[in-house]
Ligand binder design. Structure first.
Ligand code: KG4
Ligand code: ZN
Length: 340
């Protein structure tokens, strides 16, 4: 089985070919950091235009590299949301056109499902059910992954996502964009205990997240040593993620593994702390390789394979969705009005 995956929901334009044996036959990712850097964040209209320019050539490149024609595909999988709607539309319409022209099925993939299943692309031994900490620029959720298409949201952020907090703190500290890697780099030379910062919601009975107050506290403390501020902020995020994940593990005793995914999972301190939490809890820990943690199309192609195997395909009129919760039964949380 061979599936072409397309990703365009934020600021990475990506295409990849993945087969049923978990081999990534070819993949291309075009970032847009330069285009957004002057604004300190992703500008939706600039992103959508960049996806229009870049996606078709990337598709041609991966097909050529793998030596395949569209007739060799078993399906085309495209991210259909959630994300910046202009960009999502570009990828989804491209996927629909390729599916229609080649007579192959279309699989409309939820971007979060791509992240959720990416660990199974990297690790053939990873079985359901597992607890997933999905932490990126747009999302911070704990999900019980029970099977393909079966997700139980155990927690979400009531304000900012963790990656968003990294990006905003980087801006406050003058470290540039994207913020996560810059803060991690600066933190290496700092003392994580130097600046007292809050741990929002730590100790609360549910496992929700909050990062807005932490970011404001960094703003108030700004002016001191940048490495110390970066290290202290990163430590606060680590403490919040670990405490909240520990609570969620208690609520999902059937979980056999703790899995982390999303761009923030690229952070070494966060990975190490989650590994310790899993060790202490007596369960396994899986973190996909860095290239699969940040946005990419291989995870979308893989989710397409998993969905195809489970019997799901989509009609060509499937809509692009700016918001698309993985668990439609999850209760809305207080204060979470603006996040998907
Ligand atoms: O999953 P992703 O590529 O895009 C989505 O948001 O869907 O995640 C990007 C986010 C950004 O906020 C970025 O600052 C953060 O992941 N990030 C990191 C690191 N690398 C990327 N955060 C902390 N430490 C890192 N090393
Ligand atoms: Zn993502």
């Amino acid at each position: 089985m061979i599936v072409l995956g397309l990703e365009s929901s934020c600021d990475e334009t990506a295409a990849a070919l993945v087969d049923g044996n978990r081999t990534i036959l070819a993949q291309r990712i075009a970032g847009q950091e330069e285009a957004h850097r002057p604004y300190g964040g992703v500008v939706p209209e600039i992103a959508a235009r960049a996806h229009v320019d870049r996606l078709a050539p990337l598709v041609e490149d991966v097909m050529a590299e793998a030596g395949l024609g569209f007739g060799d595909l078993d399906a085309v999988a495209a991210t259909a949301g959630p994300g910046l709607i202009g960009g999502v539309m570009v990828g989804l319409v491209t996927g629909k056109a390729l599916a229609l022209a080649s007579g192959k099925p279309l699989v409309a993939v939820n971007h979060l499902e791509g992240h959720a299943l990416s660990a199974r692309l990297a690790d053939p031994g990873l079985e359901f059910p597992y607890l997933l900490l999905l932490t990126s620029g747009g999302h911070c959720q704990l999900l019980g992954v029970e099977g393909v298409g079966r997700y139980r949201r155990l927690a979400t952020t009531i304000d900012d996502a963790a990656g968003e907090a990294f990006d905003k703190v980087a801006k406050i500290l003058g470290l540039g964009f994207p913020g996560g890697p810059a803060v991690e780099r600066a933190a290496r030379d700092g003392n994580p205990k130097a600046v007292p910062l809050p741990r929002p919601l730590v100790g609360s009975g549910d496992s929700n997240f909050s990062f807005a107050g932490l970011k404001s506290a960094v703003l108030r403390a700004a002016g001191g040593s940048v490495p110390d501020l970066a290290a202290s902020f990163q430590q606060a995020v680590v403490d919040c993620l670990v405490d909240r994940t520990r609570i969620a593990l208690g609520r999902m005793p059937e979980a056999t593994r703790l899995v982390v995914a999303g761009g923030v999972a690229a952070n070494g301190a966060i990975r190490a702390a989650l590994q310790r939490l899993a060790d202490d809890s007596g369960i396994g820990f899986t973190a996909p390789p860095l290239a699969l943690c940040t946005d990419n199309a291989a995870m979308i192609a893989w989710a397409g394979i998993e969905r195809l195997r489970a019997g799901y395909t989509d009609a060509l009129d499937v809509p692009a969705r700016a918001r698309w919760p993985l668990d439609p039964d999850a209760e809305p949380v207080r204060g979470a009005g603006v996040k998907a």
